[in-house]
Ligand binder design. Structure first.
Ligand code: PLP
Length: 454
């Protein structure tokens, strides 16, 4: 990529990029490259100079079936010919009805409420939970519990249950902090413990908290099977079973945040299905539209819905976003669900994940790598004694090899689109390994404070 690409300069002058210290793109020493992308197809992002980069993190975990998928594009073009947008209060339309019916059938939940981003789904679920208890005459149940290292978005309400100090610290005075219970992360196993033991231990700690605080607790929010932003921390499904039983016992809602792990990422359509449980609220976004348009949804049980169904306006859920249930985004989601049905995507995923695990074996075998782990199409490795600023250095080295990989702290991970071919898997595995060696060989020239951003 050319550092003098005019789009790069104009972007730095006019755009405030997300999750970025803007100066890191322009500092004198080792500036982080900003990469202008002209087009994308399948797993590839193409820049203006004819270079291509394998999108090994699915553009922040949103893409499922590759960029510019012909079926999703066709659905969007068709929808554009019919209805671009209409407000969803007082009006409805076929795409939002069909999507809600299908999400209901797939999850055993219903009453889909739509937002635009993952963080808005978190806000909706938390507000609904507390309001539900209030409508039932229990207004004191208005506190929340999050899991250590949990991530549920970065709006002020979502930050209350997001336990990532880097994202939260500056805003602490604005936030009504949730309680944090220990993570069931399998890496926390001590002296002969199995991941299932860690899950039991973490659940026991939750039980202790609930026994003392259930009367003021509205909901627990959990990322099932993989806490992605925490550095792909993975846990045993037993945790979800224990948590379900505890929430039932103490009358606390269980909110499952499948914004990152939903839609086949962990091997099942939804991660919580591997534990055989059903949440009270389910938050979906990211892969919902196959990575094409922003859309999020919160599904809930009939019991929750019924607590709002009343003659009084104020007992309703008076929450809205201008673009709630946008028809284009819903059509993209319907086309994505079609792809799951028509291509037997889950079975294909299992085969691809197995093959990728073999292709990535040299990374697993690297002497500086610890805790190699996998859940479906999520692969992660911790780098021992990672140099200062490892994540940024590694991302630079990977980009130079035509691979988009952005470690979280010292955790290297990949989460590629499901359509990655064997040849593309080789490209990814070779680039990822070479970038690791190059990063470790690099002389630490600019020990600037490390950013740990995903
Ligand atoms: C990305 C993410 C969110 C926030 O979604 P945004 O669309 O970025 O607001 C919430 N929860 C989880 C688990 C996520 O990975």
């Amino acid at each position: 990529m050319s550092l003098n690409d005019p789009w790069r300069q104009r972007s730095l002058a006019a755009v405030w990029h997300p999750c970025t210290q803007m100066k890191q793109h322009q500092r004198a020493l080792a500036p982080q490259p900003l990469v202008p992308i002209a087009r994308a197809e399948g797993v590839w992002l193409h820049d203006h100079d004819g270079r291509r980069y394998l999108d090994a993190i699915s553009s922040w975990w949103v893409n499922l079936f590759g960029h510019n998928h012909p079926a999703i594009r066709a659905a969007l073009c068709d929808q554009l010919d019919r209805l671009d947008h209409v407000m969803l209060a007082g009006f409805t339309h076929a795409p939002v009805v069909e999507l809600s019916e299908r999400l209901g059938a797939l999850t055993g939940l219903g009453h889909a409420f739509y937002g635009s981003d993952g963080a808005s789904a978190t806000e909706i679920a938390l507000k609904m939970s507390a309001h539900c208890w209030r409508n039932r005459g229990l207004p004191g149940k208005n506190r929340f519990i999050g899991v250590s290292g949990g991530y549920h978005g970065e709006t002020v309400g979502a930050l209350a249950v997001t336990d990532i100090p880097l994202f939260r610290e500056a805003y602490a005075p604005l936030i009504r902090l949730a309680a944090t219970v220990p993570s069931p992360d399998g890496r926390l196993a001590e002296g002969g413990e199995t991941p299932e033991d860690v899950a039991e231990r973490a659940a026991a700690a939750l039980g202790d908290w609930l026994s003392a605080h259930h009367a003021e607790t509205a909901a627990l929010i959990v990322e099932p099977l993989v806490q992605c932003a925490a550095g792909m921390a993975m846990h045993h499904p037993r945790y979800l079973q224990r948590v379900r039983a505890l929430c039932d016992h103490y009358r606390v809602h269980l909110v499952l945040d499948e914004i990152a792990v939903g839609f086949g990422r962990t091997g099942s359509l939804f991660a919580h299905q591997q534990a055989g449980i059903r949440p009270d609220f389910l938050c979906l976004s990211k892969g919902l539209t196959g990575g094409t348009l922003p859309l999020s949804a919160v599904l809930c049980t009939d019991e929750v819905y019924e607590a709002f169904y009343d003659d009084q306006t104020v007992r309703g859920f008076l929450h809205s976003h201008s673009y709630t249930g946008n028809p284009l985004a819903c059509r993209a989601a319907l086309a994505t669900l079609d792809l799951f049905e028509q291509t037997d995507a889950l079975a294909l995923n299992r085969r691809t994940a197995k093959r990728l695990a073999q292709q990535l074996q040299p990374l697993t075998d690297h002497p500086r790598v610890r805790h190699a782990r996998q859940a479906g199409m999520i692969f992660a490795w911790d780098v021992q004694d990672a140099p200062a600023d490892f994540a940024q250095r590694y991302a630079r080295q990977a980009l130079a090899r035509g691979v988009v990989l952005r470690p979280i702290g010292a955790t290297l991970y990949c989460m590629p689109p499901y359509v990655i071919t064997e040849e593309e898997g080789d490209w990814l595995a070779r680039g990822a390994l070479a970038a690791l060696q190059a990063t470790l060989d690099e002389v630490p020239a600019d020990p600037c404070p490390g950013a740990v951003v995903p």
